[in-house]
Design a protein around this ligand. Sequence first.
Ligand code: FEO
Length: 396
Amino acid sequence: MKKVELSKGIYWVGVIDWNIRDFHGYKTPNGTTYNAYLIVDEKIALIDTVKKSFKDELVENIRNIVDPEDIDYLIVNHVEMDHSGSFTDIVELLKNAKILATSEGKEELAKHHGVQSEIGVLENMDTLSLGSKTLTFIKTPMLHWPDSMMTYVNEDKILFSSDGFGQHYASSKRFDDEIDEKVLYDAAADYYSNILWLYSPLISRLIDNVAEMGIDLEMIAPDHGFIWRNDTTKPIGWYNDWANGKSSDRILIVYDTMWESTEKMAKAIGDGIKDEGVDVKLMRLKYTENSFVIKELLESKGLLIGTPTLNNSMFPSLGSFLTYMKGLRPKNKIGATFGSYGWGGGACDTANAMMEEAGINMVFPPFEIKWVPTKEELDNCYEHGRKFAKKALETI
Ligand code: FEO
């Protein structure tokens, strides 16, 4: 197989997972890649490994470039099993390599793989010379786990960014300039919203720190998806916007329905929003995965949740979605709830409370109707949509 060279002596040796569709509960319709990198200098370093079931492909890719026994360092940027699942097998094969990780990484390697061997602990901004190339290690705890670290090659200006700036996208292409920008944007947004959104304050700080350090970035090489070499300011700009809660003024209506009453409300509210000149998107949870809705929410200003009352509580699909969303702490969104009920009600109150806990600014009290909405009640829904749209426009 032809070698994939990022820069002189720096290679991609990762693998492509064409068929993964569920990544610990997050849906991945486009598959993913597990990127590992090899730096060949006077000393040779391997950055990260891959998921266990892809070990043989990683070994083949390494052998295509060097004898694994000649590798001097195994640098563990991140211990999550998609990057360290094959760690034990690879360490056995490397034989002579010194393992380097953060102190948190050392602890996690012990717990995940029972590693007893010597591990060199890296501190933030430690450096390592490989000969003509110098590596600088930047600790990035919680992007995505406590152990997370990025590795920068000073001379080539390449940042191996671990989970940061990744995308779950399987492709025979490796670089951003080989892919349509809209595909890249959507893949990066999907990844950010489902994996990193919770850590937005840390991302803002990281971007500020990198700017202060005056680090030039010719290339950003993440552990998933395409390598950014065309214009690294582009993904950084997107991350900056997402981390700071910037979005369009679009409003997302997420709902489910039992006998179509809540759906009728959703459509009437949507009409009101549209007639106020604001873009609106309706998503029924029966037909849409939580992780797809989350990506749409990242790009929306407002969230309206519609739920019927079932057994005095929310419809179960709404419970699942709101639990998932709460964990991601969406930033800078306005919200409200609506729905129909037969006798006791209560679903909207529960949903309202969960949205508040998630940090959403609830701008109206729950809006409920009994049984099937009348023409007059649907007119009220339409007006409710218009009022909500006006609020969204005020807060842009
Ligand atoms: Fe791609 Fe947090 O692992």
